[in-house]
Structure formats: structure tokens, C-alpha cells
Design a protein around this ligand. Sequence first.
Ligand code: NAP
Length: 279
Amino acid sequence: MRQLCVIGDPIAHSRSPFLHNTMLRALGLDGEYAYTARRVPGGDTAAFLAAARAEGVVGFNATMPHKEHLVPLMDTLTDEARGYGAVNTVRLRNGRAEGHNTDGEGFLRALREAGLDPAGRTVLLLGAGGAARAAAPKLARAGAERVYVCNRTPERAAQLCAGDPAGRLAPAGMDGETLARLAPRCTLLVNCTSLGMEGTGGQFDDLSFVDALPGGAGVFDLIYSPAETGLLRRARGRGLPAANGLGMLIWQAVLALEFFLDRPLDGPAMARLLREAMT
Ligand code: NAP
């Protein structure tokens, strides 16, 4: 049996084993591959990689806190992984570790699937952490006119935007006044902060910026647990098209399995299968 896994700490909550094993079963590959979750503490990334090579693991996904640690440990990096400075998918073959990142493309596929193609839109993007680092440049490359990257710690937004050679990313703060000023210009709102996520306790104290978006603006919240955040509820209350992060979770897994198997899959069919399995 060829071994695949996801590493992280914590890892018990990870949906990756369910998603990957569901796809492997659908492809008739469950007798050939098994996908498990392994708790690997932050300081043990390199030790895990050495053990994985020795054990004959053929690929693994990585979540917090390993994504950045893996970058210098890879033999090769895809453009996506190099661009984000983070690896979420590793393929091990012929003694080489190939690092990839499916977060940005997974985000874009999910956005398009929800009918929220960013081309030609001005985007209000909240957050400047790992998820925002994948989403913001992807939006710019997919044809967004301008992406306002708004963050509680404005220096992190400035740092993220400094890496954009096309100059479409603009840093801003995330205070109520700034959001109220920018929202009327934006036809897409993307939440990349952890505000609204189950268990964090963090919530937006003021959602009035949602009311300041123009009619017809789209809202995408990367959070999928709960399925409907306060932000999405407010947007839907106004009749705005809105989607949660389940599609992104699903698509990043589909793209990771394509990378592990090194062959294209019927992505939309896989995504549909996973969505049905998860709801
Ligand atoms: P991260 O690197 O820890 O970044 C967290 C972001 O949230 C930062 O911008 C941080 O601002 C902001 N933030 C946290 N608490 C805040 C508060 N009280 N007030 C204002 N801003 C606050 O996390 P991440 O990896 O980017 O993940 C962010 C969210 O996206 C999480 O909820 C995660 O579950 C979700 N996500 C979903 C998917 C998916 O597949 N759907 C994939 C990746 C991430 P500062 O910079 O000021 O700290």
C-alpha cells in the first residue's frame, strides 16, 4: 500500500483524510493508496521529511505550522509554492521532494464555481495571513482591477502588497472607517481573517461595511465552519451572492491529489462528489 498523509499540529480536526480517501475510493485506487493524518509538532518538519522518505511515503499535505518550514527543505518548488513562500503539498519520488501549493488555485476555482469570477472586479480582501497571501496575488493574476488588502496589523498588509509587481494590490487598515470608505468601490468581498470561525471566539464587532457594498457585490468567506458565518448571514440578508470556504477546501484537495498522482482528474466531478459526501 502506498502511503499518503497530512501533517500538522493540531491535526485531529483535519478533513483531508476523508476527502482524499473518498476520491481514492471513487477512482478505484483505495486498494493501492491509503491516506492518514499524522500529528507532527512544529519543530519536527525536517525529521518528518527524513522519516517519510525512509518509510516510502509517496506524498503528503501540510497544514499549520509546517507550510513555511517546508520551503527550504524541498528539492524542487513549483511556481505556486515559490510565489507564496509556502508548501501545502509534497510529492516524493525518485528520492526527490517536490513542493507545491494548491491553496491559491483552489481558492480561485471555488470562487469561480460560486459564480464570483474576480475578473474586472475591485476587491475588498480582509486579512494578510497565510490564506490572504495565497488569495490576493491569485485575484490580481485572475484579472481583478484592484485588491484592497485590509488588515488589523497594517504592516502585514503592506508587506503582502510589496510582493506584487503589477501594482494591483493596495494595503489598508481594517478599522470601521477605512472599510466604510472602501466598501462602496468594491464588487467582491473576501474574508481571509479567522474572524467568525468556530471555536476562535473572534467575531467582527461591526459588520456595517457589508451594507456599504454596492448591490450585486459578491461575498466569499474562506471559513466553512460554521457553514454560515455572521458575515455571510449579513450578506445574504441583503440578497448578495455569497459562498463559504467549503469549495476552497474541496478544490485544494482535488488539485493536491492530481499532483500526487501526476495526472489530471475530472475536477468538477470530484468537487461535486466531495461536496455531496460532506453535506
Ligand atoms: P493566519 O495566517 O493566522 O492569519 C489570520 C488573519 O486573521 C490575519 O490577517 C489576522 O490579522 C486576522 N485576525 C485574527 N484575529 C483577528 C481579530 N481579532 N481582529 C482582526 N483581525 C484578526 O490564518 P490563515 O491561515 O490566513 O487563515 C485565515 C482563515 O482562513 C481561517 O479561518 C482559516 O480557517 C481559513 N482558511 C480556509 C481555507 C479553506 O480551504 N477554506 C484555507 C486556508 C484558510 P493580524 O495580521 O493583524 O494578526
